[in-house]
Design a protein around this ligand. Structure first.
Ligand code: GLU
Length: 464
């Protein structure tokens, strides 16, 4: 069975590069009826924080990336000890007592000779271990070239001389990333590893460890990094936010997942994917070989498309945290009707919440330019007549309201915008908003008349 994993180090908030890796691994597992494991790589005690772990869990949960298992490296020390023992028994690991000073001198000499700094195997064949001195544990690097197959890069070849007897355990007893990563992938039965191509050299070292453990490595797909507009590796500098910050600016989780999927995956020229389509269509051979550039405007576009596609009552659940508290006093059905009026126009949930706020809260100010352009002009008479007609109306459907507006339009030979905008400003405070008839109908007769009278009274009484 296919088993993938996402293995973040909780040393910071989950960023979108990390989330994209999680998405690829999740989708690959699900596309193959497999399992997706979350492994918190928290062996670095200084830098790992529980707060970051919690934020990772929250972000994955928000994105709907459900894991089938979770494990914490900090709780697996016994397993690492056992695996280390195995390497000692096989005679392929050794204690190294070299001091920092010796290693520094060695490095300087090698640099002088124009060589890449590497450990010279000084402690490889120690007959006896001094009991009281600190030591690190190194592996005996086999002198065979390292090869592995990658789904994006094809067959990769590394000259073993590029590497040395690398350290797998530090002098404080903690284990190094490459070691724990391999042990856990073996122990968890991981079959496929999808991760950033910044890990290629690590993979070569990990292949050495698989060889020493006499285990078959998983299959690999190393994906290109996400770049910023200037084509350097994406960072905060480019305006990239942490995953939960995207939630907080009103991005839908499915939109973020969709956008990040497309930054490294393509299927024909399809841009918008539902969650089910992502699972259905994901495959390693559709991963892109070249790096993609993060584009915040495109993310907003994808978000707008998903807002449009969403069922209004489902959108309501996502919108709730962004709604004015006063909107929460209204029935869900009422807010759902309001959502329907603006769902096709909003780029974010923040925008949508803002645009439908007027359905629940009377405007406390009016657009100044709007007042000047549409009310403080010679429209008093037709507008007052319109108000009079609306007062007599039943507010039963759009046709009824349309007929009223048309009657006044014809009588005064004026334009729709000149009638609709003053009413819109009265209802919403703004010059942009949902269609005028649907706004009137949803707000209802009493509330609409109240707002229109309030504005007309304020403008025309003052003037007369
Ligand atoms: N903890 C590593 C990281 O966050 C895991 C890399 C991996 O093996 O996927 O980069």
């Amino acid at each position: 069975m296919v088993r993938t994993r996402f293995a973040p180090s909780p040393t910071g908030y989950l960023h979108i590069g990390g989330l994209r890796t999680a998405i690829f691994n999740y989708l690959f597992a699900k596309a193959n009826d497999g399992e997706f494991v979350l492994r918190i790589e928290d062996t670095d005690k200084e830098r790992s924080k529980d707060e970051y772990t919690q934020a990772i869990l929250e972000a994955l949960n928000w994105c709907g990336l459900k894991y089938d298992e979770i494990c914490y490296q900090s709780k697996r020390n016994d397993i690492y000890e056992q695996y280390l023992d195995e390497l000692f028994k096989k005679g392929v690991a050794y204690r190294c007592y070299c001091s920092k000073e010796r290693l520094e001198t060695l490095k300087q000499e090698q640099l002088k000779r124009g060589e890449n700094p590497h450990y010279d195997g000084h402690c490889r064949n120690l007959k006896e271990y001094p009991s009281d001195k600190p030591y690190v544990v190194r592996i005996k690097l086999p002198d065979e070239d390292i090869e592995f197959f990658d789904h994006l890069h094809g067959k990769l070849h590394f000259d073993y001389k590029q590497f040395d007897d690398f350290i797998i355990r530090r002098s404080d007893g903690s284990f190094m990333y490459n070691f724990t990563n391999v042990v856990d992938d073996i122990e968890c039965g991981i079959t496929h590893v999808i991760r950033g191509d910044d890990h290629l050299t690590n993979t070569a070292k990990q292949i050495v460890l698989y060889r020493l453990f006499e285990k078959t490595p998983p299959e690999y797909a190393h994906v290109p990094m996400i770049l910023g507009e200037d084509r350097t590796r994406l960072s905060k500098r480019h305006g990239a936010k942490s995953v939960l910050e995207y939630r907080d600016i009103g991005i839908l989780p499915v939109a973020l997942v969709n956008y990040l999927l497309r930054l490294g995956f393509s299927y024909k020229d399809k841009e918008i994917f539902t969650f089910d389509e992502m699972v259905e269509l994901f495959s390693l051979d559709r991963l892109n070989k070249s790096a993609a550039v993060f584009n915040p405007d495109k993310l907003l576009w994808v978000n707008a498309e998903h807002i449009k596609m969403s069922k209004p009552d489902e959108l309501y659940e996502y919108l709730k945290p962004f709604l004015d508290k006063r909107c929460l006093d209204f029935d869900k059905d009422y807010i759902v009707r309001a959502i329907e009026t603006r769902q096709t126009k909003a780029q974010t949930l923040v925008e949508l919440a803002d645009e439908i706020r007027f359905f629940c809260v009377e405007p406390d100010e009016y657009d100044k330019k709007g007042l000047k352009n549409y009310l403080k002009v010679k429209m008093e008479e037709p507008l007052k007549e319109l108000l009079g007609e609306l007062k007599k109306a039943e507010f039963k459907d759009e046709d009824e309201l349309k007929a009223i507006f048309e009657k006044i339009l014809n009588k005064y030979d004026t334009k729709m915008v000149k009638l609709a905008q003053p009413v819109r400003i009265a209802l919403t405070g703004k010059t942009i908003g949902p269609g005028i008839y649907e706004s009137l109908l949803i707000l209802g007769k009493d509330e609409s008349i109240k707002r229109i009278e309030k504005l007309f009274d304020a403008v025309y009484k003052k003037d007369s």
